[in-house]
Write a protein that binds this ligand. Sequence first.
Ligand code: ATP
Ligand code: LTN
Length: 330
Amino acid sequence: METPSGKTILSGIQPSGTLHIGNYLGALKQWVELQKDNTTYYCIVDLHAVTVPYNPKVFSERVLDAVAMYLACGVDPDKSVIFIQSNVSAHSELAWLLGTMTPFGELSRMTQFKDKAAKQKTSTSLGLFAYPVLMAADILLYKPDLVPVGEDQTQHVELTRNIAQRFNNTFGEVFTLPNAYIPKSTARIMSLTDASRKMSKSDGEKTYVALSDSPDIIRKKIMSAVTETEPVFSFEKSGPAVQNLLAIYEAMTNKDSATIEQELSGKGYKEFKEMLAEAVIEKVRPIREQYELLRKDDTELRIVLGRGAQRASQIANTTLHLVKEKMGLL
Ligand code: ATP
Ligand code: LTN
């Protein structure tokens, strides 16, 4: 897939836990490539993260962790606008307005809502149900052409397009219809312990490799990842668990699939996992080191966020103003 240029791009990640290699391969890696020749907005979507139970005492630290990880992965504050969603109040305000034109039935079909609602012990909040409308507001305020996300988010981007279209038809042209930007091979990295589930921050330590994991921990996690009974290394014919490990290996080494299949022919799982662990360790090492450095002192992170919030607010408020005008609000 050729990297686009001259476009407007927006994306966000929830500060709901340690970022993992699924977040990196599915989203952050593309963010870094896209910032070279496009106008890029990247936010930490804290208002999304509070739709499920969380610890308010450490939440602001998790937000700073996420910003530090963006920077450590190569998101550059001189090229991209990096900001916290709740610092730009236009997001919540537009979400309310868009909610008035979002059918209940469409929201009830959202897979992520159904998954997260099923995981909750107590009753589900309006916030979790309305989550995709807030995401639509995040996106539409900046009129992006592309939204780089993992495959699990396609449904939300589709909903965003429907909302935008409905608004434009009813009140007049304001919004650009965005497209999800999803590279095929790393669109959906699966859990290390269950290849039928996507790798997810909220599913427990053993299921993912965090970008802040030490080499020892990475080795342990990969060596105990699930595989199939027969060691078959094929991007087409291996079972889902091995296909997942192969996809991670391909992304971490930048080798093509034919070279990898040849390299692994005749090898056993133990040997493959050792190779995979080393590849992941080498890719993650500079990210972790940079992250640890950035996390020692908040000052730089706070400056980046202050600047980002200011720049994002200017764009967001202009769109919000236009929306209110079209809707007839005084
Ligand atoms: P949570 O478990 O809290 O829902 P998450 O790990 O699913 O979190 P998000 O914050 O929801 O992560 O997602 C951040 C970005 O990373 C999104 O663009 C999402 O599509 C992408 N992403 C998340 N998990 C994966 C995955 N396993 N493979 C590829 N991309 C992913
Ligand atoms: N819903 C997304 C996070 C998210 C997002 C966004 C992604 C919130 N707002 C705007 C892209 C653009 C998730 O759960 N990964």
